[in-house]
Design a protein around this ligand. Structure first.
Ligand code: NAD
Length: 434
């Protein structure tokens, strides 16, 4: 999360006009859902049920600013589907937050939890705000008021948030405390991604990047490619990107390029990763890094490499740049980095895409472990967490690729088919509550 600074005035929706012309993430998700549902021969009634979120909450969040004025923010929580268990999904604080995005992310969480076979449904939440312009006190008041606005849906058995863009374990601690104060007792399992001292899980911070490493290793094995010397380029050097870089390098891959929002750095012989990680840990931007050639974020995507890991934003691989991508494998660390139009081009080029709902599912898998540990009151060591994560990621990789091969579809549609099939099976067993 960006360092909170003393604030400048922020408008409620300065980005309104730009986001309206961007690709609609819900439609992007739905186009894949429709394809997978059709191939599965999903019955029309169930198709309708799964096309709509169960619940959409919009709350106004009044916050006392440090200068004595009151500002009202807009917050959302979308519960997409709970047939398989409590809703699970992060909370995002960002100016780009809008209902369609939250709906799409909530649906993705539903499919993601089903792909890795966790007993969870899917949800997502967000508040339209710019945390970089807010003090810590303002952020805490915003978090607590938003939490109390959506408190009726929250609970270890009903809806369990986690961190997402611009929220972190500190924010989760405030959500947990607010919920616990309302309940009159401490409820650790109401959120995941908490600090370890208050019921968080060892290995959670690294889990998404570690999951990316496991599925990339499996993809290399499957394609008969070596690990040693295979070149990887990573867009985004935050939680997911930096951990993926470190662990992939530890495995023997050569990290040739990484980027953050300021731009990228490239060395065809391999970056000095220890130095780059230290640079990032010192909170310096990669544009200030001296030891490598500088590239733009656009250039990074089409750089000469074997594995590309988009681990920053949505919709970065498009029909414009997909034809220039040189990587043989794309491991989607970010949610929704590839547009539906780009999928077709990548498919024609024979690029092996490990789709987001599989590739970045390591995070929610260890969130599940955290929830299990909180409820059991018994905590595992880090080696146990990592072994159990590896088992789930490898098994899910095998199940997704088997589904894709059986139905002669790409891995993304294979993953959607696996997920929708699992969610649909539970709906059929439970029947329709009248
Ligand atoms: P983060 O905030 O820790 O890091 C984001 C990184 O992306 C930073 O290096 C930032 O500088 C960079 N970035 C921002 N804007 C950019 C731009 N325009 N171009 C290039 N880089 C840019 O976030 P994170 O937790 O690493 O999440 C990254 C992605 O992974 C998001 O799509 C998130 O939804 C997804 N994801 C995260 C987790 C998790 O456990 N953290 C789990 C699943 C999916």
């Amino acid at each position: 999360m960006s360092t909170p600074q003393r604030h400048a005035h922020i408008g409620i929706r300065p980005d309104k006009d730009t986001f309206l012309v961007q690709e609609n993430p819900f439609e992007e998700m739905m186009s894949r859902f429709d394809d997978a549902a059709k191939r599965l021969g999903l019955e029309p009634g169930l198709y309708q049920v799964l096309r709509f979120p169960e619940k959409q909450i919009i709350v106004s969040v009044p916050v006392l600013r440090d200068n004595g004025t009151v500002e009202v923010f807009t917050g959302y929580r979308v519960i997409y589907n709970t047939s398989r268990g409590p809703a699970k999904g992060g909370i995002r604080f960002d100016l780009q937050v809008n209902l369609d995005e939250v709906k799409a992310l909530a649906a993705w969480m539903t499919w993601k939890c089903a792909v890795v076979n966790l007993p969870f449904g899917g949800a997502k939440g967000g508040v339209i705000c710019d945390p970089a312009t807010m003090s810590l006190g303002e952020l805490e008041r915003l978090t607590r008021r938003y939490t109390s606005g959506i408190i009726d849906t929250l609970g270890p058995d009903s809806d369990v948030p986690a961190p997402d863009v611009n929220t972190n374990e500190r924010v989760m601690a405030w959500v947990m405390d607010t919920y616990s104060m309302h309940k009159r007792h401490t409820v650790t399992a109401v959120v995941t991604g908490k600090p370890v001292e208050m019921g968080g899980s060892l290995g959670r911070r690294e889990a998404t990047g570690r999951g990316c490493m496991f599925v990339t290793r499996e993809a290399l094995k499957k394609l008969g490619m070596p690990i040693k010397g295979t070149r990887v380029a990573i867009q985004g050097f935050g939680n997911v990107g930096s951990v993926a870089a470190e662990l992939m390098s530890g495995l023997g891959l050569t990290v040739v390029a990484v980027s953050d929002k300021s731009g990228g750095i490239h060395d065809p012989k391999g970056l000095n990763l220890a130095e780059v990680l230290k640079h990032a840990r010192d909170r310096k931007l990669l544009s200030d890094y001296k030891g490598a050639e500088h590239v733009t974020n656009q250039e990074l995507l089409t750089i000469d490499c074997d594995v590309l890991v988009p681990a920053a934003l949505e919709n970065v691989i498009t029909d414009e740049n997909a034809k220039h991508i040189k990587a043989r494998i794309i491991c989607e660390g970010a949610n929704g980095p590839t547009t539906a139009a780009a999928d077709k081009i990548l498919n024609q080029k024979g690029v092996f895409v490990i789709p987001d709902i599989l590739a970045n599912a390591g995070g929610v898998t260890v969130s599940y472990f955290e929830w299990v540990q909180d409820r059991g009151g018994y905590f595992w060591d880090e080696a146990t967490v990592n072994q159990r994560l590896e088992r789930i990621m490898v098994q899910s990789f095998d199940e997704v690729t088997a589904m894709a091969e059986k139905h002669k579809v790409d891995n993304r549609i294979g993953a959607y088919m696996l997920a929708i099939d699992r969610v649909a099976a539970v709906h059929r067993l439970r029947g329709l509550y009248a």
